[in-house]
Ligand binder design. Sequence first.
Ligand SMILES: *Cc1c(COP(=O)(O)O)cnc(C)c1O
Length: 382
Amino acid sequence: MHTYPPPPVTFVRGEGSYLWDDQGRRYLDFLSGLAVTSLGHAHPAVADAIAEQARTLLHVSNLYGSLPGHDVAATLDRLLGGGGRVFFCNSGAEANECAIKLARKWGGYGRFGVISAYGSFHGRTLATLHATGQPAKHEAFQPMPEGFRHVAWDDLDALEAAIDPSVAAVLLEPLQGEGGVNPATPEYFQGVRAICDDRGLLFMVDEVQTGLGRTGDWFGFQGLGVRPDVVTMAKALGNGMPIGACWATAEVADAFRPGDHATTYGGQPLATAAARATLAVMEAEDVPARARVAGERLQRALAGLPGVQSVRGVGLLLAMELDGKRAKRVAALALDAGLVVNPVTESALRLAPSLLVTPDELNEGVAILASVLERAHLEEVG
Ligand SMILES: *Cc1c(COP(=O)(O)O)cnc(C)c1O
């Protein structure tokens, strides 16, 4: 179906930070399939785990036990600070659906509302689409499911004013990814935490894009000085294998009883074997520390380029704000020059390289961007 524009290139192979297209051309990948392949393409440890599990056991359903998911849940719980439970699913939207249903079950009859922020992105299913604070995306699909309202980002008074007895939870990203790479401040997140405690609401954090090292912490909220009640994740968890997860404190998770929520594929051995290998490499390589160091280096280099107004973001989830609305054109020129980046707004490019990116690869990407910005400028002045 025509849900995407025609693709500009077709990729057939990847290795580390590089991709090859069907013409044999090589590209440096600074998008990582939308912050998914955080360990780079075709990571041998993940590839081996997938191949081994494929020869052993792919799927049994959640009516029976299977092994790798237990390890993944235990690791995630430890990285999140402990004391929680995990539900596995297959995508970010599904992880948020789980969080929304959990909030409704936890809230009880008549207490179902979820407050999210304008500019947010939480998924494309009907409920997560309504949670997504971008009204233009709702229009063609009205009516939206009930129980969602939006408030201005980074505005505690607006949040306070939106709360009434029907509200059960607040759902926020620690950095709005699709919304243009807008990081939250510690003051905002700590203020939200205080309001949720005061009004008896769940604080649910959508870490689908930010989670698992990308921001320089294991999770974005950890750099903001709060502890949420519910955390959702997906993208980087399987390094490309589709898998999502919703974590909640045991007290909140206990609102779900057998039969309340389910999934055929979620938590199956193939996806969780990939996630187990991904997490093992992430811990061995200390990817949060690597993201912090590489992110600072990249941010400094980008800020010095002509035609770049400012650089924002945390760790290796960055956006460069360009002079004028030329992000689409610059991204197309970059692709022609062998660099994959994403126009996240009309005037900003998003960069999300592999967390294992090397200093040489960063230099190569910055050099391509420098020459491409020059070309875009020459085009415009004629
Ligand atoms: C990508 C994304 C989602 C949706 O994930 P899917 O796997 O595409 O359903 C949800 N929330 C955030 C913050 C995302 O970046």
